[in-house]
Design a protein around this ligand. Sequence first.
Ligand SMILES: [Zn+2]
Length: 283
Amino acid sequence: MDGDLDIPVLDDHMHLDPLVGRGAAAAAEFADHGGTHLLVVNKPSWHLLDDLPEGPDDFRTVFDLTVSVVEDATDALPGRAWPVLGVHPALVTQLVEAGYDAASARELMETGLDVAAEYVADGPALALKSGRPHYDVADDVWTASNAVMKRGFALAAETGCAIQLHTESGEDFTEVADWAEERGLPAERVVKHFSGGRLAGPTKSVIANKDDLELAVETGEPFMMETDFIDDPDRPGAVLGPKTVPRRVRWLREEGHDDALRRAHVETPASVYGIDTEATLDA
Ligand SMILES: [Zn+2]
């Protein structure tokens, strides 16, 4: 136990798997090291369902699992957790390999986003998740993926929420941010998950490596911190563990970056998601 940091400590992108992973126990470990708030992103459907999703109810099954593990995680935190729900962009490849054409894959993935937006509108979820493949795909699949992401922007604008993106790596996503703005969603409410320290366009959710964090701090821009912990017992150590964000917070504080910590854990979450990480912290 590394003790209390006296400030909110948010991991902006973590997965908790209540079926085969550690679930809320991973949230408890995060809390033991000073973590207070979590955004829990649903695992890709193929980790939770036996078959490919076929319609809205299959997406509901995936989302309900996340909503329920988030309730348990909240019990383990001095602050709270919130679900971020959507459709993993790599699903398009699985659908195409199973015989879908790009247009019907797009339609099914948009259905998943429609359902996710219902969970935001009705209360349990905080934000949406979309994006496009981080690897090369055929042109029609790329076009379909961009269309799905744009649908996500329209839904986020309509619902009044933010959207996290899983995309290829890079530092210039101004075109993508423009697509969001064209649909009425401020670029600030588009969050690029697994971002490096430098990014143009969306808000960056920086993977909690020291080099990337140092760069993000230097830019003076809004940012958040994440691990992308995947909670998969078959891939231990494949990603950063639940303790990493609190550890990096401690390190940045020792380096004298209190303003940047406030930006990453209070101000940016407030302006992007409309959450108050201070008011939701137990005294
Ligand atoms: Zn992830």
